[in-house]
Design a protein around this ligand. Structure first.
Ligand code: ATP
Length: 368
C-alpha cells in the first residue's frame, strides 16, 4: 500500500462524522475513517469501545444518528444491508447447518441469480482459495472450527463483495490455528484485492494482518496508521500501552532545549525528544525491547538504576519487572539473553537511547 497519506488514492470506504447513540450513551462520537481500495484495515480496541457497532453501521445492520457512509463514491447510509454488496464474516461462522459446504458457499450466488453452471465453477474456485476442495459435499456440522471459518470466508468472498467485514473471525480458534489462519487470510485477501475491515481486540493479530490499524478508544479513533507507525511512533499514551508492552515513568519537565527535554522522575533525570514547558507533567513511554542491561555513553542514553522485582521467562526472551515507587510507574525490560544471576532483589543499571523515549502529557488526574 502507498506509504503516506498524500500518495493514497481518494478513499474507497468513507465513514464521515458518524454518531451512534444507544439511549443516553454515545457509542460512536463523530467518527471518521477513510480506507483505500484493496486496503486491509483493523479496528483495534478494548471491549466496549465501539468496534462492532462501527462494523454493523458499515454493513447496514444499524443506521447512524448522524453522518454518512460511502463505498466507491456511492452513499450507502440509508441503503438496506442486502443491497450494499458487502460481505460479512462473523466470529461464530454463522453457516447454515442443514446445508453442505458447497451449498453454503453457493447460497449468495443463488440469491444473486447467478446461473447454475457459473455457480458450480465459482464455488470450486472459492473452495480452492481456502484449500477446502475435498470438503465440498460434507455437512458443515462435520467440520472443525478452523474449517468452518475457512468456509465462512469462502462464502463471503465468492460473491465478489465490494467490501469485506470481519468481526473477530478467529477468536474461537486455538492460538496455533489462529496464527496460521491470519497469514492465510491476509494472503488470500491481498491476492484478490478485496478491501477489508477487520475487528479485533488482539494487538498481535492487528499488527500481523493489517495495512493500517485504527486504534479505538471510547467511540473515537485514537490513532490511524501502519502497524509500524502505531507501534513505533504512537500518537498517544493510550495507543502506546494498548499496542504492545510499554514501560512508563511519570515525571515533571525540568528544562530542555533543541527539541530535547529533561524530566525529573523517581529514577532520576530522564531525557526525551519533545517540546514541553518547564513544569509540565509528562509520562515517558519506552518499549521494553529498547531497554538493555548495563551502561552506555551518557550523550546518547538514559540510564537508570533499579531493583528487579520479577523475572518472567518466555523462552526466546526474558522480561524483568523493576520495583517502582509509584503504582502508575512501570519499568519493564525485555532481554534476549539474561545476564548471569539476575533474580528478584538484584540491583542493576539499564539503558535506552534517548530517541527511544516517547513523551506524552500526563493523563488528567481523576476528579476527586
Ligand atoms: P467487544 O469487543 O466486546 O465486542 P466492541 O468494541 O465491539 O466490544 P460494541 O459492541 O460496539 O463494542 O459496543 C459498544 C458499546 O455500545 C457497549 O457499551 C455496548 O454495551 C453498547 N451497545 C452495543 N450495541 C448496543 C445495543 N443494541 N443497545 C444498547 N447498547 C449497545
Amino acid at each position: 500500500p502507498p506509504a503516506t497519506e498524500a500518495e493514497r488514492e481518494p478513499s474507497y470506504l468513507a465513514v464521515s462524522n458518524v454518531i451512534k447513540r444507544f439511549g443516553a450513551s454515545t457509542v460512536l462520537d463523530s467518527l471518521s475513517l477513510a480506507v483505500g481500495r484493496a486496503e486491509f484495515v483493523s479496528l483495534l480496541g478494548p471491549s466496549g469501545c465501539g468496534k462492532t457497532t462501527l462494523l454493523r453501521l458499515i454493513a447496514g445492520l444499524l443506521t447512524p444518528d448522524q453522518g454518512a457512509i460511502e463505498v466507491g463514491g456511492r452513499d450507502l447510509t440509508r441503503v438496506a444491508a442486502h443491497r450494499r454488496n458487502i460481505g460479512v464474516v462473523f466470529q461464530n461462522y454463522a453457516l447454515f447447518p442443514h446445508l453442505t459446504v458447497a451449498e453454503n458457499i453457493a447460497y449468495g450466488l443463488k440469491a444473486k441469480g447467478v446461473p447454475r453452471a457459473d455457480q458450480a465453477k465459482k464455488v470450486t474456485e472459492a473452495l480452492g482459495l481456502v484449500r477446502m476442495e475435498a470438503f465440498a459435499d460434507r455437512a458443515v456440522t462435520a467440520l472443525s472450527g478452523g474449517q468452518q471459518q475457512r468456509i465462512a470466508v469462502a462464502r463471503a468472498i465468492v460473491v465478489e463483495p465490494s467490501l469485506l467485514l470481519l468481526d473477530e473471525p478467529f477468536s474461537a480458534l486455538d492460538r496455533k490455528l489462529r496464527e496460521t489462519m491470519q497469514i492465510e487470510l491476509r494472503h488470500i485477501l491481498r491476492n484478490l484485492g478485496i478491501t477489508s475491515i477487520f475487528v479485533t481486540h488482539d494487538q498481535d493479530e492487528a499488527l500481523v494482518m493489517s495495512d493500517r490499524i485504527a486504534v479505538m478508544n471510547e467511540g473515537r479513533i485514537e490513532h490511524l496508521g501502519t502497524p509500524s507507525e502505531v507501534y513505533a511512533r504512537p500518537k498517544s499514551l493510550y495507543t502506546m500501552e494498548f499496542v504492545g508492552q510499554s514501560s512508563r515513568i511519570a515525571g515533571v519537565v525540568k528544562g530542555g532545549q533543541d527539541g530535547l527535554v529533561e524530566i525529573d522522575t523517581p529514577f532520576g533525570l530522564i531525557r526525551a525528544p519533545g517540546n514541553f514547558l518547564v513544569g509540565s507533567k509528562v509520562v515517558v513511554g519506552v518499549r521494553p525491547e529498547a531497554i538493555a542491561a548495563g551502561e552506555g555513553p551518557a550523550s546518547d542514553y538514559n540510564m537508570v538504576r533499579g531493583t528487579v522485582a520479577e523475572v518472567i521467562y518466555f523462552g526466546s526472551r526474558t522480561l524483568l519487572h523493576f520495583r517502582t515507587s509509584r503504582e502508575t510507574d512501570r519499568l519493564h525490560v525485555e532481554l534476549n539473553r539474561l545476564p548471569d544471576q539476575v533474580e528478584p532483589g538484584t540491583e542493576m543499571t539499564v539503558r535506552w537511547r534517548i530517541e527511544d523515549s516517547r513523551l506524552f502529557p500526563a493523563p488528567a488526574e481523576a476528579p476527586q
